[in-house]
Structures are given as C-alpha cells and as structure tokens.
Design a binder for this molecule. Structure first.
Ligand code: RTP
Ligand code: MG
Length: 140
C-alpha cells in the first residue's frame, strides 16, 4: 500500500447547500486526511484550464458555467491509495448509477451538479494539486 495524495473539489452545488462539512466528513470517514483546503471562486479562465481535457466534449461549456456559478472548496487528500479510495467514496459520475453510501448517491443533484471532483490517476492528481496549491499550503 502506498501513501498517496489526490485532489478534490467540493463543487458549487454543495457549497450552495452548505454541505462542505458533510462532504469533508465523508472523505475523512473513508480514511482520507485533508492536508490542504481553501474556498475559492474560480474564474472562467481557471475553470477552462482545469477542464482542458474535456474541451471538445459537448458538456464542456455547461460544466465551466456550473463550476464558476458559486464558490468551491479545493482540497488535497492524503491516505493509503488515496486516488482510488477517493474515487470509491465519490461514486459514479451520474448519481443515478452511484453505489449506496457514496457521496454522489447521497448528496448529488444531477450528472453535472454531482457535488465532488476527484483526480482519476496519480499523475493527474499531481498536475491538479499543482494547479491550485503551492507546496507551502500543503501540510501533511
Ligand atoms: P470529476 O472529473 O468531476 O471527478 O468527475 P468524473 O471523472 O466522474 O467525470 P468526467 O467524465 O471527468 O466529467 C467531468 C465532470 O463533467 C460533468 N459532466 N457532465 N452533462 C453530462 O453528460 C456530463 N458528463 C460529465 C460532471 O460534473 C463531471 O463530474
Ligand atoms: Mg474526471
């Protein structure tokens, strides 16, 4: 087992419904430690850059619009197999397909307003952490 870091976003649908603490508690209950956290309101340019891999997807403009519709909480999570563990506790992208007990099954509103983002690989985790955090902001 490897100690990993992954990147998480508590999305605008969750901050709007005052669910920051509830989502964070579900991450902690899954064995993940919050080693960095800040509440920000992304600019359009920041969101477009972050989701650059999805630029050609039909949902790209809607997704960027949603992600800048309110504040988000960006976090670095640390733990054994943190990338896979976070994806597991998040549940499937579409909450209708997510397993019982997952964050998205429990809290998400729709396939777009799905409460959380989580890095899908260790390689992307590093890129995404560096996109939002300086090393001094992460305290393990
Ligand atoms: P995420 O990147 O947010 O952790 O989610 P994911 O890997 O499960 O999903 P991904 O395919 O990477 O899509 C990124 C986000 O785009 C929105 N989405 N909307 N309208 C749609 O069909 C659609 N599909 C995806 C969701 O907010 C998804 O989390
Ligand atoms: Mg993704």
């Amino acid at each position: 087992m490897a100690l990993e870091r992954t990147f998480s976003i508590i999305k605008p649908d969750a901050t709007r419904r005052n669910l920051t603490g509830k989502v964070t508690a579900m991450l902690e209950d899954a064995g993940l430690r919050i080693v960095a956290s800040k509440r920000i309101h992304m600019t359009k340019e920041q969101a477009e850059g972050f989701y650059g891999v999805h630029r050609e997807r039909p949902f790209f403009n809607d997704l960027v619009g949603f992600m800048i519709s309110g504040p988000v909480v960006v976090q670095v999570l640390e733990g054994e197999n943190a990338v896979a563990k976070n994806r597991e506790v998040m549940g499937a992208t579409n909450p209708a397909n997510a397993d019982e007990g997952t964050i998205r099954k429990t809290l998400a509103e729709s396939i777009e307003a799905n409460t959380v983002h989580g890095s899908d690989s260790l390689e992307n985790a590093k890129i995404e952490i560096d996109y939002f955090f300086s090393p001094a902001e992460i305290v393990g």
